[in-house]
Ligand binder design. Structure first.
Ligand code: SF4
Length: 252
């Protein structure tokens, strides 16, 4: 089962062809908000069944994804989609509305909800984060057009959650693999045919990467690997110096 995740309610344009191509094989499209552009809505509905979370500020939508793994002690993963401006049911007296990019409010919602994966839409930056034992996912959009616009493909294969984020119009994608049981993370940063792989658990933060190529490896930023800034050969040379084996690369 593959999910497409998109946040583009206010885009005053048609759906870019690139989005239809990426969503071509998805089973379900999730939109954490209400789609106001009917052209985009119709185009998405031609591709797959669409789930929106509409103008019910206090509401959210949770469903179960059955996981198939003999090792797993979990049968289902709970996925929740919340509207951009939201407070959880019953908590509205204690909580203020979520304002743009206010992660502390998202963390409060995540803590309150009985779910494994929380998909929200209140950020102009895409991210896949962990908060306690919850996974928080948001694609990005920009009211001013297609810049900083990203969509996601989410798959659950056995115990692995795989979220691939595509930056529309830039040939850049980031893939995060999280083991839902151990919470071990592996990230992949791709530009055209070149991919840098980073295993967070192996990294000893020795700094070899950012000292040798600070334009590419920027630990204070998200995504922290700027894959398109230098040539693959320059990046490979630095990856080969990583003392822990946390960094590797692929070419396809
Ligand atoms: S060089 Fe390798 S171990 Fe050192 S900080 Fe970079 S990724 Fe981590």
């Amino acid at each position: 089962m593959t999910y497409g995740i998109i946040l583009c309610s206010d885009l005053d344009t048609n759906l870019p062809n690139e989005v239809s191509e990426i969503f071509n094989d998805v089973d379900l499209i999730l939109h954490p908000g209400e789609l106001k552009n009917n052209n985009i809505k119709n185009e998405l509905e031609k591709t797959a069944k669409l789930i929106e979370v509409k103008d019910t500020d206090l509401d959210n939508y949770t469903f179960n994804h059955k996981i198939e793994s003999s090792d797993s002690n979990k049968d289902n993963i709970k996925i929740t989609i919340v509207y951009g401006d939201v407070y959880p049911k019953g908590e509205s007296d204690d909580m203020e509305k979520v304002s743009e990019g206010d992660l502390s409010q998202i963390y409060s919602i995540a803590e309150y909800l009985d779910t494994d994966i929380l998909i929200y839409g209140n950020s102009s930056k895409s991210s896949v984060d962990m908060f306690k034992d919850k996974i928080l996912i948001t694609p990005s959009f920009n009211n001013e057009g297609l810049s900083d616009f990203s969509i996601m493909l989410m798959d659950i294969v056995g115990d692995e959650l795989i979220v691939k984020t595509f930056e529309i119009g830039k040939s850049i994608s980031t893939t995060l693999n999280i083991n839902l049981l151990t919470k071990e993370k592996v990230k992949e940063y791709s530009y055209n045919n070149f991919t840098v792989v980073w295993n967070a658990k192996k990294c000893i933060h020795a700094g070899e990467c950012w000292r040798n190529l600070p334009e590419v490896f920027k630990p204070a930023e998200k995504p922290w690997v700027k894959i398109n800034i230098k040539s693959p050969d320059e990046i490979k040379e630095v990856i080969d110096k990583c003392p822990s084996g946390a960094l590797s690369y692929k070419e396809n």
